[in-house]
Design a protein around this ligand. Structure first.
Ligand code: HEC
Ligand code: HEC
Length: 406
């Protein structure tokens, strides 16, 4: 039984690499996962699906421009409750390896979430591990417990898909006799959908360029060169194939503290005390916060405070309309790619903001966490304004759904 499950999982995980870019047909397990992902009934009160915070038209991240413009975190099923971080893209997340410590380099890598705490240790797949969490999180889907989730799924019109997706399990959807097995299968199906070609199509202009089917403009070409060279971006967001995929993922799944400023508009600061004990003083501990919770890693928590997982840059500029605002980094402080590149370029050369000085132009606010800043690969890059523009132009070639000229 365990072995079978792992086989199904491996099959699901090997799909995006094996499938071609032209077909987007989902197998039964993926289709089941798709239903679960978009099902708005699976929350209390109903109305909240995974897609409310991870919508395809916004690159599988938050689809509400007005929220992105401000606090950038999303309310859950209870509209006054907010979690404390910006939804990262749910696409290309399944490539992340199980959370681990690399002794030789002394760094952590893998897992899902900004802080890696969806480790993948439980069912061998960080995304599937992750898929269980939002349903019973009071700040997200807000379901009472696993049983409540199971009962809702059992009454859904797509419930017969369970038998087809898990043919060898006599009763794959059994909320009384095998609740935990059923929840695992729900998570596996969502994980399979997240690993499917629909979320991982590799159809950006850059992908076609790599296959010799599209040409970059001179500006994009220059941006790519700077991205790999002077801008040092590729040192954390590799633009070529890596150990986890034959196609570039634009993340190495490691953790860093860029010195991202606090986002003062984050509504988490004013949440009820039972969700935020520290109130306005809240500081996102990132990876260090997760490490504190694990005895084997606790001693390394301090050295990893403020670090967040390197996000993929695929679809970073994908938006439903040109004036749609997207938010970037774990707390959504940045609203504009040019501004973010300028931050990488000048974090250590502009003064701290005081008085009327304009953040991003004259100064930068203090980092949310001042410890453990990365100073090797950013802070003073010496890029010109045109070079910053070129890097932005290159990032815009990473949106899926590009149609190559024939
Ligand atoms: C209310 C908004 C919200 C809902 C609903 C929601 N998520 Fe998320 N999701 C987030 C936030 C915020 C994070 C980052 C959390 C963190 O780092 O602590 C996240 C992280 C993730 C990640 C990790 C990506 C990565 O690269 O680390 C995946 C995958 C994901 N969500 C999938 C799902 C699925 C599947 C569902 C439905 C079962 C779901 N989410 C429902 C807000 C949401
Ligand atoms: C030292 C590793 C490192 C380097 C070098 C680096 N990044 Fe990042 N990047 C990160 C991390 C870590 C985050 C998330 C930081 C956070 O949430 O506070 C991030 C976030 C981003 C984001 C936001 C994505 C999102 O979905 O929110 C963009 C865009 C980005 N980087 C682009 C670049 C560009 C362009 C360069 C080169 C100028 C670059 N990065 C260099 C590690 C790096």
């Amino acid at each position: 039984m365990k072995l079978k499950r792992i086989c199904i999982l491996l099959l699901a995980l090997s799909l995006p690499a094996a499938a071609t870019a032209w077909t987007a047909e989902l197998n039964t397990l993926e289709r089941l996962g798709r239903h679960l992902f978009f099902d708005q009934r699976l929350s209390n009160p109903s109305g909240m699906s995974c897609a409310e915070c991870h919508a395809p038209e916004a690159g599988w991240t938050g689809p509400k421009s007005d929220l992105n413009r401000g606090g950038a975190v999303y309310p859950g099923a209870i509209s006054t409750r907010f979690s404390n971080r910006k939804p990262p893209s749910a696409a290309y997340a399944t490539f992340s390896p199980v959370f681990h410590f690399r002794k030789s380099e002394k760094i952590f890598a893998g897992g899902n979430f900004w802080d890696g705490r969806a480790t993948g240790e439980e069912i061998g797949n960080p995304a599937a591990d992750q898929a269980k969490a939002p349903f019973i999180n009071p700040l997200e889907h807000n379901l009472r417990d696993a049983r409540a989730l199971c009962d809702l799924v059992a009454s859904a019109p797509y419930s017969p898909l369970f038998q087809q997706a898990f043919p060898s399990v006599p009763q794959p959807l059994d909320c009384r006799g095998d609740l935990s097995g059923t929840i695992d299968r729900i998570a596996l199906a969502i994980g399979a959908f997240e690993a499917s070609e629909e979320l991982n199509p590799f159809t950006s202009k850059y992908d076609y360029y790599l296959r010799g089917q599209a040409r970059l403009t001179p500006l994009e070409e220059k941006g790519l060169e700077l991205f790999n060279g002077k801008g040092k971006c590729a040192q954390c967001h590799p633009s070529d194939a890596g150990p986890y995929s034959r196609q570039p993922l634009f993340t190495d799944f490691t953790y860093d503290n860029l010195g991202t400023p606090r986002n003062p508009q984050n509504p988490f600061y004013t949440q009820q005390r039972r969700f935020n004990l520290e109130g306005k003083k809240f500081i996102d501990p990132g990876l260090g916060g997760f490490l504190r919770t694990r005895s084997e890693y606790r001693s390394q928590a301090g050295a990893n405070l403020g670090k967040h997982k390197v996000p993929t840059l695929r679809n970073v500029d994908l938006r439903p309309a040109p004036d749609f605002v997207k938010a970037f980094t774990h707390n959504g402080y940045f609203k504009d790619l040019k501004e973010l590149v300028h931050f990488y370029n000048t974090r250590d050369t502009l003064p701290r903001c005081r008085g009327k000085a304009l953040p991003g132009r004259d100064c930068w606010p203090a980092p949310e966490v001042a410890r453990n800043l990365n100073r090797d690969e950013m802070g003073n890059l010496g890029l010109t304004d045109e070079e910053e523009e070129a890097i932005v132009a290159f990032m815009k070639t990473l949106s899926d759904g590009y149609r190559p000229e024939r």
